[in-house]
Write a protein that binds this ligand. Structure first.
Ligand code: PGA
Length: 328
């Protein structure tokens, strides 16, 4: 039996995950010499090198790679055990790991606020990123739950739709097309356009629509952030297509407007997903139920009001309740 302490395994796993002794020390709030000495003792206990340093890069040896997988398995099991014990004691305690696409950041943190008030023993690690990176995280089984809007065909997932996530054409309020109704897609041809980065699900949905209708915009700028795109639109660099949720904070008073194009909004939904083979922890299940329950109470984005205001020359029409419903 290899004589290794849990602390040594934790330090090793952190170094291996970060590919750096310095970053591991930062993450664990310990000094770099402590990290080095813990890894040294573990290497001695294993009897084989765990890392190989080539130039400035740190690589895992075969033994290191196997030990990393073993460590991740041990920590996941221990975490689940801790959660189960807390549950048996009648308290919900432990960590919830969530990874969500960029647009979900407009409502998930708020939801987490009330969730954490109800369950003060639960700590949350939230990663906000694009679809491509979420897919990578799924392949590495890094999180308990994911919120996405494009489904990944190659990954076996259990998913539930919970809210609409429509894409709309966004422009500066004084844009020449702002007053027009029911515009043909051809109006987008050769217009300066601000596009999301490669790997973005929004970009994928936009390109699919453009392909189907033979539309070719002039991509003036590529940006990896919805907020930066909004600033670029306001700065007059062009128009873009964004999730309606990105406009929630602006409401009807901001500098942006939604253009009334045919084939829009592009209808999409948010799904909450997890790996089909994964046994959800009590905490992940609790959050999943909470998310489905609470999201059914969220009013449809304010921007639908914005869109209606624009289309109806400032007259506010009540939202039809059926537009909020999302089939499972
Ligand atoms: P993205 O996803 O950040 O990958 O574009 C956002 C969305 O699909 O709403």
């Amino acid at each position: 039996m290899i004589q290794a302490t849990l602390h040594q395994l934790k330090v090793f796993e952190t170094v291996a995950r970060n590919g750096s002794f310095t970053r591991a020390a930062e993450e664990l709030f310990i000094t770099q010499p402590t990290v080095s000495s813990q890894v040294k003792q573990l290497t001695k206990a294993v009897g084989l090198p765990l890392f190989e340093q080539i130039g400035k890069s740190l690589y895992l040896t075969d033994a290191g790679q196997d030990l990393l997988v073993t460590c991740q398995d041990i920590f996941e099991r221990l975490n689940n055990f801790e959660i189960k014990v807390a549950d048996l004691k009648g308290t919900k305690q432990g960590q919830l790991k969530l990874a969500v696409i960029t647009t979900a950041k407009y409502f998930v943190p708020r939801l987490l606020g009330s969730f954490c008030q109800n369950y003060p023993g639960i700590d949350v690690a939230l990663k906000v990123t694009n679809h491509q990176e979420i897919q990578q995280r799924m392949l590495e089984n890094k999180d308990d739950l994911y919120i996405v809007s494009n489904m990944h065909k190659d990954i076996d997932l259990k998913s539930k739709a919970f809210l609409d996530n429509p894409l709309v054409v966004v422009a500066k309020k004084d844009h020449p097309l702002a007053e027009k109704e029911n515009l043909d897609l051809e109006h987008l041809n050769d217009r300066p356009f601000i596009m999301r980065e490669h790997g973005s699900g929004t970009r994928e949905a936009i390109l699919q629509l453009f392909d189907r209708h033979d539309i070719s915009v002039k991509v003036k700028l590529e940006l990896g952030s919805n907020e930066a795109i909004k600033q670029a639109i306001a700065g007059g660099l062009g128009i873009s297509i964004l999730s309606e949720h990105c406009l929630i904070s602006e409401g009807v008073s901001g500098e942006l407007t939604v253009l009334d194009f045919k084939h829009f909004p592009i209808k999409r939904r948010w799904f909450v997903s997890y790996l089909a083979g994964k046994k959800l922890s009590v905490i992940a299940e609790t959050f999943l139920d909470y998310l489905l329950e609470e999201s059914s109470k969220i009013p449809f984005p304010e921007t639908s009001i914005l869109a209606q205001l624009t289309r109806n020359n400032g007259r506010l029409h009540p939202l039809r309740p059926e537009s909020r419903k999302v089939p499972n």
